[in-house]
Design a protein around this ligand. Structure first.
Ligand code: ADP
Length: 626
């Protein structure tokens, strides 16, 4: 019988398992039971659509035996089984689910993290067993096959006799060592305890032979006898009454099911009566799911029809902007043999999805209202998602989402809502002011921001690429439009002040257009301003595309030609204004050099690159050496 080698990553994972220092070794049983339950689901599900597969729902079960003397535990299911090829592919290769990320994490994390976060499936058997065999038979074949391995050396597969369809896993439990008492896994009570702890809600009976005591007939004496008993409660958590479920139960269920090492931020459990009856158990995670920004990430909720899993990720149940929500929906009103394609058009699914969306939204609103600290934590992780949601599809969902958005405020020095901003607006203020940049600190130092702050206006600081696009699509809040402080038109000057500066610009028309020419018309215009307090220059923009948006648009594919219409503004109250006026009259060459340096400075302040760094550097040094 040929010995096959494990694939490289599998071998590493297996080594980790065999030499595991992970203390929570008992989870091996949870993993095997969960595989068994999945396999039964698969077979049962197939029986609903394939006339050739006949199963009786009542017969479906998982059986566990313990043979203490021979140090053996078996886990048997009557699920879909595996044929020769499947045994080779499924057990010879690392689990497909999450394997990509998994490989990366193997590099840097220790096994404790890995097992805790991702669950490792079948290979966890090697934490407690030094030899594992898997005998399996599928519905389509009479022949069974046996996979066997003693660990990292490899595995064998050979034909074997197997009477029933399904899988039997045999574990040869390791000898007791000083560090680890493997004997406890051969203890009947201990195994029962582990089953109840991790697999209580498995929907198929997990049966074991247990020892019981009864009175001997006609006497007062007791005798012990053996009986097969179902160990798990089988009622799925979500079908239990809310008041009978502890927070810990909700949290444990979440952590095991969705491989998160932390408790969720929020649990939303609802039972809905109405046109479509369903139960939903939803979780808002604290942290980003590990694969959230992976291109393979699939949103969706588990979909059950009366306790039977019909789809692992039903994407139609969640809008994109709530894709971080994990959980499940169980409805008796959905047909079991509904296909993925049909689901998209199913009225029931549509109605349920709508309800779920409203529910998540109102729970988030509650969190924002009643538990600001946690909402802000949530927003740090998932806010971008909501902002994209408001922006996407031409702002189709903006009204649903705008009250859930937060932005950093210049006056409050924390995240605030639009509503809060508007409630504090100064008398006569008609716009919601914002500024964008790479970081809060950088925005705070922008010259144009300073002048707004000086006049006592609150400014929202936008640091995510999507932010400005989102505000532009939302357009206004409570009748107040949004205005970029760098936008030429967002004026906080009085009519009087405006007249004064207009006159200055008019008087210096030639100088300003000469400077614009000198800068190769890279800016839309050059003008003097009274808005800047101490700063010599700044860049503002005319038109729809701001400097920040130009950066974002150009970073995206297919959009390389976005250009903000920039305006170079020079502080008329600064010494530099006098100087350039003087140079314009006396020395045009010198004036050109000054223009270049001023423009370069304005770009640098905005976090933009300069096209001629060497030239600028040489010019600056020329003046430094004078
Ligand atoms: P995962 O369950 O995360 O996919 P595992 O390593 O636990 O990873 O299992 C690998 C694969 O082996 C499963 O996806 C499944 O196809 C198959 N498998 C494992 N146990 C069983 C079983 N008892 N019956 C049928 N197939 C099984």
């Amino acid at each position: 019988m040929a010995n096959k080698e494990f694939k490289a990553e599998s071998k590493r994972l297996l080594d980790l398992m065999i030499n595991s220092i992970y203390t929570n070794k008992e989870i091996f049983l949870r993993e095997l039971i969960s595989n068994a339950s999945d396999a039964i689901d698969k077979l049962y599900f197939r029986s609903l659509t394939d006339k050739n597969v006949k199963v009786n729902r009542e017969d479906l079960k998982i059986n566990i035996t313990i043979d203490k003397d021979n140090r053996i535990i078996t886990v048997t299911d009557n699920g879909c089984g595996m044929n020769e090829k499947e045994l080779d592919e499924n057990l010879g290769t690392i689990a497909k689910s999450g394997s990509l990320k998994f490989k990366e994490d193997l590099e840097e994390k220790d096994d404790v993290d890995i097992i805790g976060q991702f669950g490792v499936g079948f290979y966890s058997a090697f934490m407690v067993a030094d030899k594992v065999s898997v005998e399996s038979r599928t519905f389509d074949e009479k022949q069974g096959y046996k996979w066997e391995s003693s660990g990292a050396d490899g595995y064998t597969i050979e034909p074997c006799e197997k009477e029933d369809v399904g899988t039997k896993i045999t574990l040869h439990i390791k000898e007791k060592t000083e560090e680890e008492d493997y004997d406890e896994f051969l203890d009947n009570y201990k195994i029962q305890e582990i089953i109840r702890k991790y697999s209580n809600y498995i929907r198929y009976p997990i049966q074991m032979e247990v020892e019981k005591r009864r009175k001997k007939e006609g006497t007062e004496e007791y005798e012990s006898y053996k009986d097969i008993e179902t160990i798990n409660s089988m009622t799925p958590l979500w079908k239990k009454d809310k008041k009978d479920i502890t927070e810990e139960e909700y949290n444990n269920f979440y952590k095991e099911k969705f491989y998160d090492s932390e408790n969720p931020l929020k649990v939303i459990h609802s039972s809905v009566e109405g046109q479509y009856k369903y139960i939903s158990l939803l979780y808002i995670p604290k942290n980003l799911p590990w694969d959230f920004y992976n291109k393979d990430f699939e949103k969706g909720l588990e979909l059950y029809s009366n306790g039977v899993l019909i789809m692992e990720k039903c994407g139609d149940l969640l809008p994109d902007y709530f894709s971080f929500v994990r959980g499940l929906v169980d409805s008796d009103d959905l047909s079991l043999n509904i296909s993925r394609e049909m689901l998209q058009h199913d009225r029931g699914v549509k109605v349920i999805a709508k309800n779920i969306e409203n529910k998540i939204k109102s729970e988030l609103e509650n969190l924002l209202k009643n538990d600001r600290e946690n909402y802000e934590k949530f927003f740090e992780n998932f806010g971008v998602q909501l902002k994209f949601g408001a922006y996407n599809n031409f702002g189709m969902n903006k009204d649903k989402l705008k009250d859930l958005l937060l932005f950093y405020s210049s006056t409050e020095k924390k995240l605030v809502t639009f509503k809060e901003y508007v409630s504090r607006m100064k008398e006569g203020q008609t716009s919601i002011y914002y500024a964008s940049g790479e970081s809060i600190d950088k925005i705070d130092m922008l010259p144009q921001v300073e002048s707004f702050k000086d006049k006592g206006y609150e400014v929202l600081y936008l640091t995510d690429n999507i932010d400005e696009f989102t505000l532009q699509i939302i357009m206004d809040y409570d009748g107040k439009s949004f205005a970029n402080v760098s936008q030429e038109s967002s004026d906080i000057e009085s009519e009087e002040e405006k007249k004064v500066i207009e006159k200055v610009n008019e008087d210096n028309k030639d100088l300003l257009s000469f400077m614009k020419e000198t800068l190769n018309n890279e800016v839309q215009s050059v003008r003097f301003t009274h808005k800047l307090k101490n700063h010599p220059v700044c860049l503002t923009n005319e038109g729809f595309i701001s400097v920040g948006m130009e950066k974002t648009l150009n970073a995206m594919q297919n959009n390389q030609n976005a250009k903000a219409q920039m305006v170079l503004e020079i502080n008329d109250n600064h010494e530099i204004a006098k100087k350039i006026r003087f140079l314009y009259q006396t020395d045009k060459e010198e004036f050109k050099k000054y223009s270049k340096i001023l423009y370069a400075q304005a770009r640098l302040i905005e976090g933009l690159e300069i096209e001629n760094p060497t030239e600028i550097s040489n010019l600056v040094c020329e003046y430094l050496s004078k």
